[in-house]
Design a protein around this ligand. Structure first.
Ligand SMILES: *Cc1c(COP(=O)(O)O)cnc(C)c1O
Length: 494
């Protein structure tokens, strides 16, 4: 079965190599598979697959124009000893819940799961299509994507990568990780504005035909490492299947038993991958979408109205400080049975009025989801209590999910086994985590706090950020959102 990728706004179908290279479709739509492949090997057999084998199996189902050898090459290069713990995606049981720790890659956030493999998928796709132009990865980041993409693409031949981050919207550790990035082909720029400003400006550049033609003349081709790229979305399906199998293997669930997954959500990529896993036949009961105080998604799931006209809040979970969740467009496509005119119309409304309302039949299909939100105070409280009671330390994003899950459990009286997706290392957000634990932190900077947190909790600082404060700052650029294009031109010398 050949899977093709079609744009959500009616753009024509292309194969997966082309979709990975293009990132976003011509009219601004996102690529979606024309069909959901099914898991067709019995779970009793799949439980013997390791993470890499399972990745090859799932990826081959979606990337049907890649050969098995090509996918193996990508998978084996991505999921190697870059991951600090022997296991790529460990599942840790705390009380009754299962924390799926996706942060043991080289940049300490779950973005590594997809961005470790995307450069290989992209290079392979270019080779298959005989593309000789240099690929320029353009990325807007709320903090974690930037570093994970830089790390993935640094020194990858035939590519350049440019990252824009909100100057005031990321933690000191996140910023230090990015501005110390080595690699001639990397460029990092802080912008005055928030993540939505950065994301919007970058999207406009992708849709700027004239600019793209100019780049084409200079033998450059733009692509995206943001979660709008299907090359990022699909590798994320793997860990949902893997964690289910892991529970099955350890006797925590019986074959066929359904589970819930609770995902701290921003751009809606991670939880959408869980939805894809469900569509492939993984027994998922509820997809619990956890928001912070930027609770646009929470309102959407509860009311069927998406409204970004509200105050943007800077919270203790900055990677979720987002008012426009790009990947929701894919869900709109799926729940409207592929009504591309309707999706285009809703996206136009979002752009013009900042708001849209979905119809009743779409609303009906949101029943796969439950959504809630947590504020900073609740986030701190649950970090503190979980550490006190169980000695388990989590970061602020994961804590948002855990709190929302507890609310769900109380409200719905549902005792199904649940996976809480743990998206970042607590050491990535030391100030907030220290604050949550009641560690006096006023006179210390974030780097000193790493040591403080480590000695308080008796947990080692992850290798990849140890001594980060002593590394040389390589990128010292700042621009206004109107200047993003000229920043790109400067770096590419066009
Ligand atoms: C990116 C990110 C999220 C949000 O994930 P989406 O796929 O954008 O919904 C949550 N937590 C952390 C730590 C992240 O880096």
């Amino acid at each position: 079965m050949q899977i093709m990728y079609k744009g959500t706004r009616g753009e024509k179908s292309i194969n997966s190599s082309e979709a990975i290279i293009k990132g976003i479709a011509e009219a601004g739509g996102l690529y979606i598979p024309n069909e959901f492949p099914k898991i067709d090997i019995p779970f009793s057999k799949l439980i013997n697959y390791d993470y890499r084998q399972l990745s090859v199996y799932i990826l081959k189902k979606y990337l049907t124009d890649f050969t098995k050898e090509e996918i193996e090459y990508c998978v084996n290069n991505a999921y190697d000893d870059k991951f600090e713990k022997g296991e790529i995606a460990p599942l840790v049981k705390v009380e009754e819940e299962f924390f799926l720790e996706l942060y043991h890659g080289s940049t300490l956030a779950f973005k590594d799961m997809a961005l470790s493999i995307l450069p290989y998928l992209l290079k392979t796709a270019c080779k298959k299509l005989n593309i000789k132009d240099e690929i320029v990865i353009l990325t807007a980041t709320s903090g974690d994507t930037g570093k994970a993409a830089l790390q993935g693409f640094a020194n990858v031949e035939g590519t350049k990568i440019i990252v824009f981050f909100p100057e005031k919207g990321v933690s000191s550790i996140q910023k230090a990780q990015m501005v110390t990035q080595q690699g001639e082909n990397t460029h990092v720029v802080g912008i005055y504005g928030n993540f939505d400003d950065a994301q919007k400006a970058v999207k406009e550049i992708f849709n700027d035909k004239e600019f793209n033609n100019l780049l084409k003349d200079k033998k450059y081709m733009l692509s995206s490492a943001n979660s709008i790229n299907i090359g990022r979305l699909i590798p994320q399906v793997v860990y949902y299947v893997y964690s289910y199998l892991s529970m099955l293997k350890h006797g925590e669930i019986k074959e066929g038993e359904s589970i819930n997954v609770c995902v701290p959500t921003g751009n809606f990529g991670n939880i959408l991958a869980a939805y894809y896993a469900k569509k492939m036949g993984l027994p998922i009961n509820k997809l619990i979408c956890a928001s912070n105080e930027n609770n646009v998604l929470c309102d959407f799931f509860n009311e069927g109205i998406y409204n970004k006209n509200r105050e943007f809040k800077v919270t203790s979970s900055p990677s979720m400080d987002i008012l426009v969740s790009s990947n929701l467009e894919r869900l709109l496509y799926h729940i409207s049975n592929g009504d591309e005119d309707l999706v285009s119309d809703l996206m136009k409304k979002l752009n013009m009025e900042g708001k849209y309302i979905i119809n009743e039949s779409m609303k009906e299909k949101l029943k796969d989801f439950y959504s809630g939100f947590a504020n900073d105070k609740e986030t701190y409280k649950i970090i503190e209590n979980t550490f006190k009671d169980n000695g388990y330390l989590m970061d602020t994003h994961t804590a948002v999910a855990y709190k929302v899950y507890k609310d769900y459990k109380n409200a719905m009286n549902d005792n199904k086994k649940t996976i809480i997706v743990s998206t970042a290392s607590p050491f990535k957000f030391p100030r907030d985590v220290c604050k949550a634990l009641g560690i006096d932190n006023n006179d210390l900077n974030d780097f000193q706090l790493l040591y403080r947190l480590s000695s308080f909790t008796n947990i080692n600082i992850p290798n990849s950020i140890r001594n980060i404060e002593n590394r040389e700052v390589i990128h010292n650029n700042l621009c206004k959102k109107e200047e993003i294009k000229s920043e790109i031109e400067k770096f590419l010398k066009v």
